[in-house]
Write a protein that binds this ligand. Sequence first.
Ligand SMILES: C[S@@+](CC[C@H](N)C(=O)[O-])C[C@H]1O[C@@H](n2cnc3c(N)ncnc32)[C@H](O)[C@@H]1O
Length: 217
Amino acid sequence: MTDLSRERAFILRETRSKAPPLVPEIRLRLADEAMDLWQATETDLGRAGLPPPFWAFAWAGGQALARYVLDHPDIVRGARVLDFAAGSGVVGIAAKLAGAREVVAADIDTYARAAILINAADNGIVLSAPDTDFLDCGAAGFDLVLAGDVFYERPMAVRVEPFLRAAQSAGAAVLFGDPGRTYLPAAGIEPLASYEVAVPRAIEDRDVKTTRVWRFI
Ligand SMILES: C[S@@+](CC[C@H](N)C(=O)[O-])C[C@H]1O[C@@H](n2cnc3c(N)ncnc32)[C@H](O)[C@@H]1O
């Protein structure tokens, strides 16, 4: 198992416990100032060009999906759930709180995996955050695959859509939350719910984003 103690210390030092606006029943270690934390992440590892600290924000797509899961516990009750691209783990934590039997929170960023484990413990639940890239190995064995805000860049989006469609073809239910990102599939999807999500202007360039929970048709 990877030693995440360095990432854990960084997260506890650089973030604080807050409730995302749309899911106030969940507390997460989140950033106050996006750019400060970004710089601190680079300094911590002593090199520039690192991915931004996605795990330190509850993205609009993740918040909407977490809200939907908490308000529709029937879709997760007793299920084995994959929270793909989990970031802070907000969606997976919601799934576990709503009654999922088991939640695996997948993220390729070691900071995210450390944040997910801290956030899960802070919410009194247990989930796993394995060192696995599910885009490479697929999502066999899950009843439900949830993906919050995964269509924000082309290289990832072109892999995620077939990954999610394959999971659905293999028998899993698949839901994703998205605020109209550039690479959201243009066809073959339908909305299940819509939310107005308060977002940080420094990141999203506006204060509120209309965000939907989607499924493939
Ligand atoms: C915009 S964030 C969304 C986080 C969370 N779902 C939310 O809505 O708050 C996207 C996340 O995808 C993760 N990611 C990128 N490629 C991935 C991959 N191949 N497998 C799992 N996670 C990945 C990033 O590290 C980042 O944490």
